[in-house]
Design a protein around this ligand. Structure first.
Ligand code: C2E
Ligand code: CA
Ligand code: CA
Length: 789
């Protein structure tokens, strides 16, 4: 079956049939009209000729009658003229012969032309001629009397008979002639009119057929157009158009199958389409071939290259159609749409950054697993994995770096568990693992340990190596209990417990753990109360001394919380909470104002502290605040401290490493006010040292781990020395933190470190204690420091 043969037959009910029929009708009409016209014209012409001839004959008959009248009249009187001697005999005979001849011929003519009239006239004429001739003979012989008698007895009656006949014939001939004139005129008119009518008919016929032809041509053109369009549609359609019988055997195949599925259309005809239908879709496909349902069915078809193509097939049952006799399948490649759908579905249930399942999918999987477990038994476990200090990592690396770390963590988590287990990212730096098959026995603990081990190797980001640790909480469900929400909450509680135990470890949920988490939440609420109550927070002051002169030149303000029930809470316990909930911003504002007011008072009141500077710790959250610089300016103004350089703002190295545009802007603003900047905990950030040149820093505070390291093994000491030396090499003032032993002072001085802070000199003291100890004395003897409580 070819497309060309196929289409016109399809179009039986289309104008083609009509065109063919109307064309043959037009021809029949035309030829009939032509035949009739020809016949009418011919017969009309023949009739006219006939009439003309008849008229001419009648005219001749009339003329002949008149001539005959004259000649017969002559013959009648010729013997008398001879008798009376008016004409000589010789002339008379000659005349008589001429007259006789003419009369004979005219009467013959008359007889020929009008037999009804002619025959007796001829007879009478002949008799009269003979009688006249006889009389003439008698007269010429001088037998006048006899002639007279003869004339009286024979010629005159004959002549009378003739004139009677002639008189009778004449009106007949005349009326005949005139009647023939009228009828010929009528006939001429009839002919003209009918010819005209026929001509009109013919012209109308021609016009009709011309229009018909035109219409036919237009329709044929239109049909050809639509046929070509149809063919083009079928041939160029992106849909595969296939006609199959109820068993799926191809009866017709449009060429588009080549571009869509890669098959030769001709080779498809006669083959079973089922052979390239995905086994999973075979049932639906067969139903489609049988019913020809117009509803789109998702069916996968094997491409010639062996891959499966997602298609949508619709059927149209034309089994009763004379020409089609099958189900027309419209098959469309919907792989792009499917991919998009899959993509969207994937997006709805997956984390876009790591490609892991998201919270929604994870919860769904947990619910399904619990439902399964209720039927089949067997434990399942959830591990909640929370990265330690990810905020710091994120801050120091920027978002791209943070994202990179999260992706690395995601792939390590995936590698730590079985393929049948679900790994999800619940949000931020929180991941979750659902253990189904591996939750028996010590499965969960092994999975948790394996996960920690996988996370242990440093992650490479932007050329740096980072240690990423995580705290893991594990919770187990048995026989579907507890339910999904509670299971996740338990894992969360366990995770907090692991964090509280010191991070980088895992803990399994135990009922008592809830208490710890509740405590944490309680502490947070207490912190809010503390800020509103106003008298629970206090600043302690720890001196920073010049290592050479032992003079106190600087004091660091350190925050303390007197909890109404718990007593003194160390800053490292509540500050992360304050940071988490944003309370650090108002708290930091209070610290700044409090410290400046205190130091301004000491500078005013104590000569030994007249040049005392104060360093205040600033958290990353405070620096993010666009109004921070003006806050500092206001606090300076409010304190009455005239020298802005007397304020040193301590920013930890990790906060600085955020490299955010706003950090640099903020530092510039602070420098513009005239305050000094210090890098706190120097050496512990995840930094290369190049950044030091970018920031307008005045002071380096060497982290106490390096100071402690000076007394350690040779490698540790070398590293500590290198870090301490950096300050000097950059011509920055260097403060060593955590100086606890006298010998450290010597070592630090040897490394050109100018200042020290630590228990060796003084522990952080409340304002009054500091005042009591240092307001009158600005130089500390080492012995005195050591004796400090
Ligand atoms: P930091 O800024 O490094 O403060 C120095 C910490 O080292 C203080 O701990 C201090 O008590 C302790 N320290 C001083 N000398 C020695 C020593 O010889 N040996 C040892 N082992 N420790 C010594 P503290 O007061 O517990 O503060 C802990 C951290 O809390 C501070 O570390 C600082 O990062 C933060 N912090 C304290 N107050 C504030 C504050 O007002 N705002 C902010 N943002 N952070 C604060
Ligand atoms: Ca500090
Ligand atoms: Ca420090």
């Amino acid at each position: 079956m070819t497309v060309r043969a196929h289409i016109p037959r399809h179009a039986q009910h289309t104008p083609v049939g009509k065109i063919v029929r109307s064309t043959s009708l037009a021809w029949l009409w035309q030829s009939l009209t032509a035949a009739v016209v020809l016949a009418v014209l011919t017969s009309a012409a023949a009739w006219v000729v006939h009439l003309e001839q008849e008229a001419a004959t009648r005219l001749r008959a009339q003329v002949a009658l008149e001539t005959l009248d004259a000649k017969v009249g002559g013959l009648r009187y010729l013997p008398q003229a001879l008798a009376y001697g008016s004409t000589p005999p010789k002339t008379t005979i000659l005349l008589e012969q001429g007259l006789r001849r003419t009369a004979a011929s005219e009467s013959a003519t008359l007889a020929d032309l009008s037999p009804s009239l002619g025959v007796p006239i001829r007879t009478v004429t002949d008799q009269l001629s003979n009688a006249a001739a006889q009389e003439i003979t008698m007269a010429s012989r001088g037998q006048i009397k006899q002639a007279g008698t003869f004339d009286f007895q024979t010629v005159t009656p004959l002549y009378t008979k003739f004139t009677n006949m002639s008189a009778h014939a004449e009106p007949i001939l005349r009326s005949l002639a005139s009647s023939s004139d009228t009828s010929s005129l009528i006939w001429v008119w009839v002919t003209v009119l009918s010819t005209g009518l026929l001509l009109v008919l013919i012209l109308a016929g021609f016009e009709r057929s011309r229009r018909e032809r035109l219409r036919t041509a237009t329709e044929r053109e239109a049909l050809r157009g639509s046929e070509e369009r149809f063919r083009a549609l079928v041939q160029n359609s992106t849909d595969v158009i296939t006609v199959v019988n109820q068993y799926g055997v191809v009866l017709f195949q449009a060429p588009s199958v080549r571009s869509v599925l890669g098959y030769d259309p001709a080779a498809m005809v006669g083959a079973s389409l089922s052979e390239i239908v995905h086994p999973g879709d075979l049932f639906r496909f067969q139903a489609l071939c049988e019913s020809g349902s117009h509803e789109g069915q998702d069916i996968r078809l094997r491409h010639a290259n062996g891959t499966w193509l997602a298609c949508e097939a619709r059927g149209t049952n034309l089994r009763n159609h004379r020409e089609v006799r099958g189900v027309v399948l419209n098959i469309r490649d919907v792989s792009e749409r499917k991919n998009l759908e899959n993509e969207l579905r994937h997006q709805a249930f997956h984390d876009s950054l790591t490609g892991l399942a998201n919270g929604a999918l994870f919860r769904d999987r947990v619910e399904h697993a619990l439902a399964r477990q209720r039927r089949t038994g067997g434990p399942l476990a959830v591990l909640l994995v929370d990265l330690d200090d990810f905020k710091t990592i994120n801050d120091s690396l920027g978002h791209d770096g943070g994202d990179h770390v999260l992706c690395q963590v995601a792939s390590r988590l995936r590698s730590a568990v079985r393929a049948s287990d679900t790994v999800a990212r619940l949000g931020g730096d929180e991941f979750a693992i659902l253990l189904e098959d591996s939750a028996r026995g010590n499965g969960p603990s092994r999975a948790a340990e394996r996960t920690l081990a996988r996370l242990a190797p440093p992650v490479r980001v932007n050329g740096r190596s980072l240690i990423v640790s995580a705290s893991i909480g594990a919770a187990i469900a048995n026989k579907g209990r507890p339910g999904g929400e509670e299971l996740l909450r338990n894992a969360d509680v366990a995770m907090y417990a692991a964090k509280a135990q010191g991070k980088g470890r895992w803990a399994q949920f135990e009922p008592g753990m809830n208490v710890a988490v509740a405590e944490r939440l309680e502490l947070r609420a207490d912190l809010v109360d503390a800020l509103t109550a106003g008298n629970q927070m206090e600043l302690y002051y720890q001196p920073v001394v010049d290592l050479e002169t032992r003079k106190v030149t600087l004091v660091e303000a350190l925050l303390r919380w007197h909890h109404p029930k718990r007593g003194l809470v160390p800053p490292l316990e509540f500050l992360p909470l304050a940071e988490e909930c944003g309370l650090i911003v108002p708290l930091g504002r209070w610290v700044l104002r409090q410290a400046l007011t205190q130091v301004a008072a000491w500078r005013r009141e104590s000569s030994s502290l007249a040049e005392l500077a104060v360093s205040v710790n600033v958290s990353g959250r405070q620096l993010e605040d666009a109004g921070f610089a003006s806050e500092v300016r206001d606090a300076l103004a409010a304190s009455g401290l005239d020298d802005p350089a007397a304020l040193i703002l301590e920013i930890t190295e990790t906060t600085l490493m955020r490299e955010a545009e706003e950090t640099i802007t903020r530092l510039g603003e602070l420098k513009a006010i005239g305050t000094r900047l210090a890098i706190d905990d120097f050496g512990t950030g995840y930094s290369s040292l190049g950044y030091l040149q970018h920031f307008p820093v005045d002071l380096l505070k060497i982290d106490r781990s390096f100071v402690a390291g000076l007394a350690g093994g040779p490698r540790q000491a070398a590293l500590a020395e290198a870090v301490v030396k950096i300050g000097a090499s950059l011509e920055l003032q260097t403060v060593a933190e955590g100086v606890e032993m006298e010998e450290q002072v010597g070592q630090l001085r040897a490394l050109a470190c100018g200042y020290g802070q630590g228990f060796l000199f003084a522990e952080p003291l409340p304002a009054q204690g500091f005042e009591a100890q240092f307001a009158g004395e600005s130089t500390m003897a080492p012995a005195m420091a050591v004796t400090l409580p």
